[in-house]
Design a protein around this ligand. Structure first.
Ligand SMILES: Nc1ncnc2c1ncn2[C@@H]1O[C@H](COP(=O)(O)OP(=O)(O)OP(=O)(O)O)[C@@H](O)[C@H]1O
Ligand SMILES: [Mg+2]
Length: 228
């Protein structure tokens, strides 16, 4: 069986470090599944996200061993631009992801780089804004939105590439309860649509929407016992 994303015997060591941060990581995610990964600060969660989204080994050049398979294809054999239409990532700080003057421009940026027609780009913007419930903000400046709304736009800019796998790297860490509720409901909607979601968290309160929880500890990924 082919999974949207599957990780086999993954090891990673950052450049200049002498021990592996990730040691023999193995897991796969199904369609229509929300997998949560928890772990203490500095345990390697973001590094793992970079491995899943192709940033490692394409941008960061530490020591990478093992396989990350996207629909059965190794990320080492794919271009980063190709990976990003299959695996999207939303970061903790939306300001890292938002840089255009309007929401519309922000969301159009990815599809424009794919050289899609104007009509198709417009459809992608409609789809992405609808999905995150931010249609009325199409012409707003992202800087004027709340933290939670910024995250929804960062997510929309990822969704406009129509990835089947979406990674949330502590996306809810800096937003208020109302914003969290909205993001969680959007994540559940993505699951219903058939996407695979990987959410990295260190706030256990956000795990209520997860189908499965794994714990990254000492470089290894294990079933979560309920305690960090
Ligand atoms: N580019 C890099 N080069 C060298 N070391 C790095 C690099 N990026 C991260 N590290 C180190 O790897 C370890 C894990 O970092 P990482 O950001 O993956 O952890 P994290 O679990 O996401 O932490 P947090 O919960 O604070 O976001 C840290 O010790 C960090 O200093
Ligand atoms: Mg992190």
């Amino acid at each position: 069986m082919m999974y949207p994303i599957e990780i086999k015997n993954l090891y990673y060591r950052h450049k200049g470090k002498d021990i592996n941060l990730l040691k023999d990581i193995n897991f796969k995610v199904n369609t229509k599944e929300i997998l949560a990964i928890v772990g203490l600060s500095g345990c390697g969660k973001s590094t793992l996200c970079y491995c899943l989204s192709g940033v490692i080994p394409h941008v960061y050049k530490g020591s990478f061993n093992g396989e990350v398979l996207i629909n059965g294809k190794k990320t080492t054999n794919m271009k980063l631009s190709n990976i990003s239409t299959r695996v999207g990532i939303v970061f903790q700080n939306p300001d890292m992801q938002l840089f255009m003057p309007t929401v519309e421009d922000e969301i159009a940026f990815g599809p424009e780089n794919l050289c899609l027609s104007k009509e198709r780009i417009s459809k992608r913007i409609d789809y992405a804004l609808e999905k995150v419930g931010m249609k009325k903000h199409r012409y707003s400046n992202p800087n004027n939105l709340s933290g939670g709304e910024k995250q929804l736009i960062a997510l929309a800019s990822v969704l406009s590439l129509k990835p089947r796998v979406i990674i949330f790297d502590e996306t809810m860490a800096q937003i208020d309860d109302k914003g969290k509720k909205r993001i969680k409901s959007v994540i559940k909607g993505l699951k219903e649509e058939g996407k695979s979601v990987i959410m990295v968290e260190h706030d256990l309160e956000n795990l209520d929407i997860a189908d499965r929880v794994l714990h990254l500890h000492d470089g290894k990924l294990k079933k979560f016992s309920g305690k960090l």
